[in-house]
Design a protein around this ligand. Structure first.
Ligand SMILES: CC(C)(COP(=O)(O)OP(=O)(O)OC[C@H]1O[C@@H](n2cnc3c(N)ncnc32)[C@H](O)[C@@H]1OP(=O)(O)O)[C@@H](O)C(=O)NCCC(=O)NCCS
Length: 310
């Protein structure tokens, strides 16, 4: 039984399927498909130097790692290493080999701070600590049963407010980019605030991403100006996940995030989606309160572990 680590070959369907299968088995609340992975490899921003790695044991794909640079955060140069091993194939050395390969690659790119999402279980935490990582901020995955649960009723729109699908902005998505950039900058994160400054990169990696569902994404406009949004991502099956929810600073506290997300969730349910997922920093009290109001329940917690390279 020999475990080896190598780069994914995006032209090989079995690699894409194996990677997505491992991720889905280890972290079912995270939406990924072989096609979305292929798209990421082809379209990730070049500055991210994205390199997904696989661990194989006798030809079977048993581990996966997303590896690259967080190019949208300010200095220091930060790298990400997200390692997941199939739950039936742990304790064979796959994660150790993945971490080693990822660290070598990122150090070679000049990264001085490494960030790794770690599912909050004692074995995973001990593994991260043994590799020199220290616990940072954490994040809750939350799940909403769209098929059997109840959603809050659709609300009446306040005067001057209208709701539109993102698809209505297909000719000129720039106002949605600006809203995303303003609100993403305020999202709490261990990596520091992200600066979305590259419109073309955003079009490629967010707007045109195959999981991004423009029909189910809802934009709330106030007097014709985009003020809040919730970005829907869907996997082509029955799973819906939130890419981002945000309200422009001048419009917060008026119920617009709830309004946009409620509209999107109602439309997702009507379109046949049965499960909705979302994830938030455990310090993001407004967003956690909003998600609780919808009926989301916490289903897992991940901790962002950090290693400073000397
Ligand atoms: C989180 C965010 C989307 C909220 O937008 P909003 O339009 O102000 O939200 P709403 O007005 O619809 O709902 C606000 C709710 O948050 C809750 N809330 C607000 N401040 C809170 C606080 N300090 N503690 C706990 N709950 C709070 C309340 O439940 C409130 O609902 P209520 O007024 O009906 O009681 C907005 O602050 C934002 O864009 N933040 C930055 C981006 C971000 O973190 N997005 C979420 C990550 S995906």
């Amino acid at each position: 039984m020999t475990v080896m680590v190598r780069e994914i070959k995006p032209e090989v369907r079995a690699d894409l399927e194996g990677f997505a299968h491992v991720r889905h088995s280890a972290l079912p609340f995270y939406v990924i498909t072989p096609d979305s992975l292929a798209y990421d490899v082809a379209h990730f921003h070049p500055d991210a130097r994205y390199r997904p790695l696989l661990a194989e044991e006798d030809g079977e794909i048993i581990g996966s790692a997303q590896v690259g640079l967080l190019h949208e955060t300010p200095t220091p140069v930060q790298g990400f290493i997200n390692v997941y091993v199939h739950p039936d194939r742990t304790r064979r050395g796959a994660a150790t080999l993945l971490v080693r390969a990822a660290e070598e690659y990122l150090a070679g790119l000049g990264a001085t701070r490494l960030l790794a999402w770690v599912l909050d279980e004692p074995g995973n935490r001990a593994f991260a600590e043994a590799h020199g990582y220290t616990a940072g901020r954490s994040s809750h995955f939350q799940r909403l049963d769209l098929a059997n649960g109840t959603l809050p009723p659709l609300q009446d729109l306040p005067p001057g407010v209208e709701l539109r699908p993102a698809a209505d902005f297909a000719d000129d998505p720039r106002p949605i980019f600006e809203l995303d950039a303003e609100t993403t900058a305020d999202e709490p994160s261990e990596a520091g605030s992200a600066e979305l400054a590259d419109y073309e990169g955003w079009l490629e990696n967010t707007w045109r991403h195959p999981l991004n569902n423009l029909d189910l994404t809802t934009i709330a406009l106030v007097d014709g100006r985009p003020a809040a949004f919730t970005a829907a991502r869907t996997d082509g099956g029955t799973r819906y996940t939130t890419g981002m929810t945000g309200t422009a600073r001048a419009f917060r506290g008026r119920g617009l995030a709830k309004l946009a997300k409620n509209d999107s969730l109602h439309r997702a349910r009507a379109a046949g989606y049965t499960e909705a997922f979302t994830g938030n920093d455990t310090g993001n009290e407004p967003m956690l309160a909003i998600n609780k109001w919808f009926g989301y329940e916490i289903c897992a917690t991940e901790v962002r572990y950090v290693r400073e390279l000397g």
